[in-house]
Design a binder for this molecule. Structure first.
Ligand SMILES: [Ca+2]
Ligand SMILES: [Ca+2]
Ligand SMILES: [Ca+2]
Length: 114
């Protein structure tokens, strides 16, 4: 979830400005209304001029590094590419609970499968 220009600049400095990366932005719920997959409000956008254009009526996923470093494009779900995933800052009980959930689920699956 790229929330401001500083975060966008940070991603380009960390991951480079040429490879297209999925950024967790989609308009699959309502065509033309892009939303972050984690529910963050879309307070900042960095579309390349002319985007999003929903080319061919089938572009529903946001990527960055399109046409210029960091710039966004809406693309189809092909071709496959790498994505950037943002984790919540682990802090206090909430962070620990989040981290423990997948482990507990894994243990349950193993037990029931044995
Ligand atoms: Ca963020
Ligand atoms: Ca679309
Ligand atoms: Ca596009």
């Amino acid at each position: 979830m790229i929330n401001d220009q500083a975060e966008q600049d940070l991603l380009v400095s960390m991951f480079g400005g040429s490879e297209p990366f999925w950024i967790g932005l989609t308009d699959t719920a309502v065509e033309g209304v892009f939303m972050w997959v984690n529910g963050d409000p879309l307070t900042y956008t960095n579309w390349l001029p002319g985007e999003p254009n929903n080319e061919g009526g089938a572009e529903n996923y946001g990527e960055m590094n399109w046409g210029a470093p960091g710039k966004w494009n809406d693309a189809t779900n092909l071709p496959p590419g790498r994505g950037i995933v943002e984790f919540p800052e682990p802090s206090g009980v909430a962070g620990l609970a989040l981290a423990a959930l997948p482990l507990a689920a894994l243990r349950r699956r193993r037990r029931s499968g044995a």
